[in-house]
Design a protein around this ligand. Structure first.
Ligand SMILES: Cc1ncc(C[n+]2csc(CCOP(=O)(O)OP(=O)(O)O)c2C)c(N)n1
Length: 367
């Protein structure tokens, strides 16, 4: 399906504006939406936030379009149930179907992939799986429009992998990694070389976790594949349980923005063995490089005001190496802002180990 034609059809059916959090299934769509005026498309920091935004547009008499990965439907359920379904506010939901039964996909999508349609049924959100074809889309939009008008409630279209790629534009990124320099990996290698053998290194959803998992050998590393935004909190739990080890949280700007409140939780608790590294490329790089709203944010100032006793900003591997040499003396939690351009090794593979194996490896490392 051609993304421009898709958007035109939705606009002609009086749906809009558009908002959401990226999924690689939607990369061609979001690329096209990025060409629209700023008041027609909003890249949000979480799916729940996007539902709130949609609620505002619905109160203004519009029928907004919220796109999300099915993983993100979990974040959307709260406002969906206590905003859209409670106040009867219409919206058109575009939900990707990662982990669709019978199709190979990354392990973090399996549970939600199996439960997606059942969850929508449980929520009494009518939905249909969008097959390709302009006629099919037109009919689906008619049905959605009629439902939104009659019931004043959300309707969901489930979008399979490849839906937007099929008619031309190749599915960008999709989490497979592009060619060229890998600036974040240079930092990750410096870190794993400097880390003590007993330290714990945690990598977030997105490329920091995958690079950590695929290109380093540190025995205390752990890649948290899904649960976007939850890694700093997971790190706090581990840090408080293992005060003798330093816990490094390797975060992405999209993930941190999704659950920015974790800065406050960590800053209040002040674990003396936690280092929070933010690889800020100002993009949701692993879903196709869509810009996050990180540009212009002073993350060190945020960490400071949330209670982290020390913060550092580094812009090159040389100063990062120097910082690593002083780690033992720095008050913690330490927040390190690393500004990196996008870039990851060509063909960055996905891990082969099942998630339970990753858990077992970390738990036996921790003893
Ligand atoms: C709740 C939820 N919404 C959306 C996604 C899809 N997703 C996976 S990685 C990612 C981008 C992460 O961005 P960032 O943290 O900046 O890391 P980068 O991709 O740049 O390495 C997104 C949106 C997801 N996994 N979970």
């Amino acid at each position: 399906m051609d993304a421009a034609g898709f958007v035109r059809s939705l606009q002609q059916a009086a749906f809009g504006p558009f908002m959401g959090v990226p999924c690689s299934v939607f990369t061609p769509l979001i690329d096209h939406l990025g060409t629209l005026p700023a008041d027609r498309h909003y890249v949000c920091t979480s799916e729940g936030e996007a539902m709130g935004l949609a609620g505002g547009f619905a109160l203004a008499g519009r029928t907004p379009v919220v796109y999300m990965q099915n993983d993100g439907l979990g974040n959307a359920v709260n406002p969906l149930t206590s905003l859209q379904l409670l106040y009867r506010l219409p919206a058109l939901l575009l939900v990707s179907w990662r982990g669709e039964p019978g199709r190979k996909d990354a392990p973090q999508h399996r549970v939600m992939g199996e439960r997606l349609t059942g969850l929508l049924e449980q929520l009494q959100v009518p939905h249909l799986v969008l097959e390709t074809g302009v006629d099919v889309l037109e009919r689906a939009l008619q049905e959605a429009r009629a439902y939104c008008a009659a019931q004043s409630a959300p309707f969901a279209l489930i979008v399979r992998r490849g839906y937007f790629a099929a008619a031309g534009a190749p599915a960008a990124a999709g989490g497979s990694g592009g060619a060229g320099p890998a600036p974040r990996l240079d930092y990750i290698r410096l870190l794993t070389a400097a880390a003590a053998p007993g330290d714990v290194l945690l990598g977030a959803t997105g490329f920091s976790g995958r690079e950590l998992q695929q290109y380093t050998e540190h025995p205390g590393r752990f890649y948290m594949m899904g649960s976007m935004g939850c890694l700093p909190a997971l790190g706090l739990g581990l840090a408080d349980s293992h005060p003798g080890r330093t816990v490094f949280v390797l975060d992405g700007d999209g993930a941190l923005l999704m659950k920015l409140g974790s800065l406050a939780t960590i800053g209040r608790r002040r674990p003396a063995n936690l280092v929070h590294l933010l690889f800020d490329n100002q993009a949701y790089e692993s879903t196709g490089g869509q810009p996050t709203p990180a540009a212009g944010i002073d993350f060190c100032a945020l960490a400071r005001t949330c209670g982290y006793p020390s913060q550092e900003s580094v812009a090159d591997p040389h100063s990062f190496r120097a910082l690593l040499g002083t780690l033992a003396d720095r008050p913690k939690p330490l927040f390190v802002h690393v500004r990196v351009p996008c870039g990851t090794p060509a063909g960055l593979p996905r891990p082969e180990q099942p998630p339970e194996r990753m858990r077992d490896d970390l738990m036996s490392f921790l003893g």
